[in-house]
Design a protein around this ligand. Structure first.
Ligand SMILES: [Zn+2]
Length: 276
């Protein structure tokens, strides 16, 4: 009996050791697998990054080959499609975050024709909700040259931080293609609705992603949030997407699609005066 007991204990111990070795092996295996997966993901990310970089480089090259007098025919003055849409182009005045007039000749809001049509439909939808309300556009198409001016003016901020406030002109912005709009809603007296933060306000209270937080602290009022929600509802009715950091900015499509579909505005003089 004693003999059996010893054999039993030895067997159980051996089994235990084997099991824990196997567990350890499994853990090691998993760690190796995880590491190899991480490497694969990193490799994939770097391949994608290189691909994106190459795409951008080729777009840049094409642009360089174009004469800067090349006029973009596909854009329209949005008020020529719908005169009820109001404009207050902040970069055509000194009333902007840089406090200087950035546009020399642009004094109307231009978008790609199909984007402008969608915006016009948004205005019509807004009127069905409140006939006294209008869309008020702060910025539409914006040349790369002006994007560069904004970027250079903020040169005291490191590039990584800077891109939170202004898109790196090298990477382009949907605005450069006439595929993004900065706007709000105004009443019949042209008074913008209270959104709890102004246009180009870089504080987090302007971030749609922080609305719940500021609602809780009481810094953002429910009525202000309702106004933002109304703007988003109207814009989303035509497929415009908002971003997480600016309540006023809406994209008509992704940047990749904009690069594929639309001509890029490098300079202000690429806008035809016959459009005006
Ligand atoms: Zn914008």
């Amino acid at each position: 009996m004693q003999h059996f007991k010893i054999i039993f204990i030895v067997t159980v111990s051996l089994l235990h050791i084997t099991n824990s070795c196997m567990n350890e092996d499994n853990t090691k295996d998993n760690q190796i697998k995880n590491k190899s997966n991480e490497k694969k993901i990193k490799d994939l990310e770097s391949v994608n990054k290189n691909k994106e970089q190459k795409e951008l480089e080729s777009v840049n090259k094409n642009e360089e080959q174009k004469d800067n007098k090349y006029v973009i025919e596909s854009i329209v003055d949005i008020q020529s499609l719908n005169s009820k849409i109001k404009i207050d182009l902040k970069y055509a005045t000194t009333d902007n975050f840089m406090k200087i007039k950035l546009y020399n000749s642009i004094n109307r809001a231009y978008l790609q024709k199909d984007v402008a049509k969608r915006l016009s439909a948004c205005q019509e939808y807004l009127e069905t909700i409140n006939p006294n309300y209008s869309l008020l556009v702060y910025d539409a198409i914006r040349p790369v040259s002006v994007q560069q001016k904004m970027w250079d003016a903020l040169d005291s901020i490191p590039p990584d931080e800077r891109s939170k406030f202004v898109s790196n002109p090298q990477n382009r912005s949907n605005h450069n293609f006439g595929a993004a709009i900065d706007l709000t809603i105004c009443d019949e007296n042209n008074k913008p609705l209270d959104m709890g933060a102004g246009f180009d306000d870089i504080r987090k209270i302007a971030y749609p992603s922080y609305e719940d937080f500021y609602l809780k602290t009481g810094e953002l009022k429910q009525s202000q949030l309702e106004n933002r929600k109304l703007l988003r509802k109207v814009m989303k009715s035509q497929g415009f997407e908002n971003i997480t950091t600016e309540w006023w900015h809406f994209n008509a499509c992704s940047r990749k699609d904009a690069i594929k579909k639309y001509s890029l505005l490098m300079y202000e003089n690429q806008i035809s005066t016959t459009n005006e």
